[in-house]
Design a protein around this ligand. Structure first.
Ligand code: GDP
Length: 477
């Protein structure tokens, strides 16, 4: 049992140099990248007031999630879908219609519970839908390490066409490498123009299959409930292509999609199982909290004994309320669950500290030299189209062998929370050209350590990035 010194220091939120000095005064000589054994780790941790628990020290070995499955134990699992799109294009309406569509005669009442996700059954298979539409929630989860969504449904109103948040949604899905199915909604409206939607999307690289691209388009009306079956069919078709599989016959792991403190039931977390099967009585760790599954409730408010892959359930029995995006893992032993929870708590602290190391332009050269960074992700927000395009074109030309410049998103308008979350999750810097964020967004940028560079002369934008790449920026600080 060994651990790399820098790792231990990071987990404890202590500078590696400080730890080396402390070890030296105890007669142990190590460098940052050397490993130390369990006893030494315990010793030095104690000096800083930490206790190293052997089990927590070996979180990776306790948790079964890292162990690969034998292909023959894998079976198909339902796809997990998130709905995105511009405001008022019908995301909520579509979610409601789909929710309703699974109410068959025998299921009067249907899905009345909003637990954060629900499962639809069609005659061709199941589909899980996340109940919080929009790309903000999607990227917030992703920035917490939760890669839950398999397929994004992009809703575009046929009468309104592609709007700014449509483009944002596409870029968030692209950054996550999640395939998109376009639902052209409001087909019932007299001024619906689905061809225009196709043209507009094709222009920004989302090309329909009919035009030689690989994106599926479906015409729907949430209001008249048309095209819904076809949409479900297309989701399952796409899922088949993705070959979504999981092993249901092992301890469960998954993610929290929603959590709350219920006055009657205590902490309640809706979890979406990714693999394995979660059962009543299982010891679990959920983010930094632990417990034993006291009850599982499905999306129709029914008590169930177990939940398999892609099945959302409310989990009752945790010691505290986890956060959306937290990882949930079932374990054999309740003691292990507690230790992993505590270990995670320490890791979380270390992560808070590590946030300060998020990419900033003045550290770019340094990090390139260390081989840590080979590309620079950029988000451009400008007051007018012309400037936005001029900056984008010039930046793309700056790419060289050492660093590739990727423009993740470019748009006109002020810097928004969505820009910050995309920047945070993809380690991008933001260029604000003649635009300023509101104080709330600026606070979020500070909190997430996202580097925003403000300019009003295009030449200066280009010069600043160029200087950062060749390491000249330092002289200006
Ligand atoms: P969201 O902001 O994307 O969640 O959009 P909503 O689902 O709240 O819908 C916005 C508005 O569009 C509401 O007034 C809906 O009734 C209306 N709407 C949604 N889908 C359709 C549709 O297919 N046809 C028509 N005519 N109206 C729709």
């Amino acid at each position: 049992d060994t651990i790399v010194l820098s790792d231990l220091a990071k987990r404890m939120g202590i500078k590696a140099g400080e730890m080396i000095a402390r070890l030296m005064s105890n007669g142990v000589m190590v460098t940052v990248n050397q490993t130390i054994d369990f006893d030494t780790a315990t010793l030095v941790a104690a000096e800083f007031g930490y206790e190293v628990e052997k089990a927590a020290f070996e979180e990776e070995t306790i948790l079964h999630t890292a162990q690969p499955d034998d292909p023959e134990n894998l079976s198909h699992r339902p796809p997990v879908v998130t709905i995105m799109g511009h405001v008022d294009h019908g995301k909520t309406s579509l979610l409601d219609v789909i929710r309703k569509s699974r109410v068959t005669a025998g299921e009067a009442g249907g899905i009345t519970q909003h637990i954060g996700a629900y499962l639809v059954s069609t005659d061709k298979g199941h589909i899980a839908f996340l109940d919080t539409p929009g790309h903000e929630a999607f990227s917030a989860m992703r920035s917490r390490g939760a890669h839950i969504t398999d397929i994004v449904i992009l809703v575009v109103a046929a009468d309104d066409g592609v709007m700014p948040q449509t483009v944002e949604a596409i870029n968030h899905a692209k950054a996550a490498k999640v395939p998109v199915i376009v639902a052209v909604n409001k087909m019932d409206k007299p001024d619906a123009d689905p061809d225009r939607v196709q043209r507009q999307l094709a222009e920004i690289g989302v090309t329909p299959e009919a035009w030689g691209g690989d994106t599926i388009f479906v015409h729907v009306s949430a209001k008249q409930e048309t095209g819904i079956d076809e949409l479900m069919e297309m989701i399952l078709l796409q899922a088949e292509v993705l070959e979504l599989k999981a092993n249901p016959d092992k301890l469960a792991s998954g993610h929290v999609v929603e959590a709350k403190l219920d006055s009657g039931r205590g902490p309640v977390a809706t979890v979406l199982v990714k693999e394995g099967t979660l059962k009543t009585g299982d010891p679990v760790v959920c983010g930094v909290h632990h417990g034993k599954v006291r009850a599982l409730i499905d999306d129709r408010g029914r008590k169930v004994d177990q939940a398999g892959p892609s099945h959302p359930v409310e989990l009752i029995g945790l010691s505290g309320v986890p956060m959306a995006g937290d990882e949930m893992v079932a374990l054999k032993d309740e003691k292990d669950a507690k230790q992993v929870g505590q270990h995670r708590f320490q890791k979380q602290r270390a992560k808070e500290l590590a946030k300060t190391s998020r990419l900033s332009l003045d550290k770019l050269y340094e990090r390139m030299q260390e081989g840590e960074v080979k590309e620079l992700n950029v988000i451009i927000k400008a007051d007018v189209d012309g400037s936005m395009e001029a900056i984008r074109d010039s930046l793309v030309k700056l790419s060289n062998e050492e660093v590739a410049i990727n423009v993740m998103h470019a748009a006109t308008g002020t810097i928004t929370e969505s820009d910050i979350s995309l920047a945070a999750v993809s380690e991008a810097i933001i260029i604000g050209f003649n635009v300023r964020p509101n104080p709330k967004v600026q606070d979020m940028a500070n909190e997430e350590n996202v580097d925003i560079r403000y300019h009003n002369i295009i030449y200066n934008v280009i010069k600043e990035i160029k200087d950062a790449i060749v390491g000249l920026m330092k002289s200006t600080f």
